[in-house]
Every structure is written in C-alpha cells, then in structure tokens.
Design a protein around this ligand. Structure first.
Ligand SMILES: [Zn+2]
Length: 191
C-alpha cells in the first residue's frame, strides 16, 4: 500500500482577494492602530474615495524650508530655547534616511518614533526621519516637539503629552494628522 494518500495533500489555498485587500488596508492603517474604530473607519472611507490626499493638502498646504541638517539644528534649537532652555544641550540634530517612522506601543496609543531611541537619548542626539523633510511644516514641528519633550520625559505618559501640548497647543490634532499623512504616503506607495 502506498504511504501517500490523496487526502494528505492539501492544496495551499491562497488568501481570497477580499482577505488580501483587508490585510493590506489594515497594514496601511498601522499608524492609526491606537485610535478608535469609528475614526479608522472614517479614514478607510477617505482612502476608498481617494480623498485623503486632497483633504491633507487643503489643511496643510504650507511647506517648510528646513532642508539641511544645519537648518534642522537651528530650527530645533529655536524651539528648545523658547520652551526647554534648561534641558540638556543637544549635541547633534540630523535628518536620518534610515530611520523608520514606526509605531511603538504606549498604552492606549501608539506613536511615531525613532528606532534607536535609547542609544540616542543617552547621547542627546536627535534624529528626525527624512520623510519629514518633505512633509508639511506643521508635521515637522509636531515631530520636533515630540522629540524635544523626550528630553524631559522618556515615556509616552501623561506628563509627556502635557509637555507636548504646552509647547504646541495643537499637538494632539497634529499628531493625528501626521499619522494620516504617513498613511496617505503608504497608500500612494502601494498604488
Ligand atoms: Zn516618542
């Protein structure tokens, strides 16, 4: 008797297109993972109607001229001088093309952050993902405020967000919209 029986050979069933599409869109919404389902549903709707890009462009038309690492250093230093003068000086501020804008867990939220956070924190370097060089001015400000707040508060806790909102009153809206912007870039990349 043959050791092989037909029923032992199960065909590999590829994910149905609908499942693949759903997975793809869930992955696309990774920047919004910490937000409530009704908000995510609204964003999915905007993506499906191809309106997310236009909506962001209408609201955030203003670009910035912070192109070089030197300009970035001055930009960051100016905000630091104004709001966090007593915090440790920054040795270096650079755009980093290798830096992944990635989510990491912070309780109920996730946030945009840098990868080698601990090492950089120790040396008081600030690296900003290069994606923000071409981003609207408001999103560069948001990520810089976020990173500056980490000079005082390592965790994404209540006092961290209080500090962010103290430096930039519109911080929470900007962080959400920056996540929308990154989502939009992801959707474009996939098309
Ligand atoms: Zn952070």
């Amino acid at each position: 008797m043959s050791p092989f029986r037909a029923e032992d050979f199960r065909p590999i069933i590829p994910a149905a297109p609908a499942v693949r599409a759903l997975r793809s869109i869930m992955n696309t919404l990774k920047y919004l993972a910490g937000y409530p389902p009704h908000l995510q549903a609204r964003v999915r709707e905007l993506i499906e109607q191809d309106r997310l890009g236009t909506m962001l462009a209408d609201k955030y038309g203003e670009s910035h001229a912070v192109r070089t690492d030197g300009q970035l250093y001055e930009y960051v230093q100016a905000i630091k001088d104004r709001h966090l003068r007593k915090s440790a000086p920054l040795s270096k501020v650079i755009y980093d093309a290798k830096l992944q804008v990635m989510k990491h867990a912070l309780g109920t939220h996730t946030t945009i952050s840098r990868v080698q956070g601990d090492r950089l924190k120790a040396s008081r370097e600030m690296r900003i993902a290069t994606v923000f060089r071409d981003a609207p001015a408001a999103f560069l400000r948001m990520i810089v405020v976020h990173e500056l707040a980490h000079l005082k508060e390592a965790e994404h806790n209540k006092s961290f967000y209080q500090l962010c909102s103290h430096i930039e009153p519109d911080y929470h809206q900007l962080e959400f919209d920056a996540r929308l912007y990154l989502t939009h870039l992801e959707v474009e990349r996939r098309q």
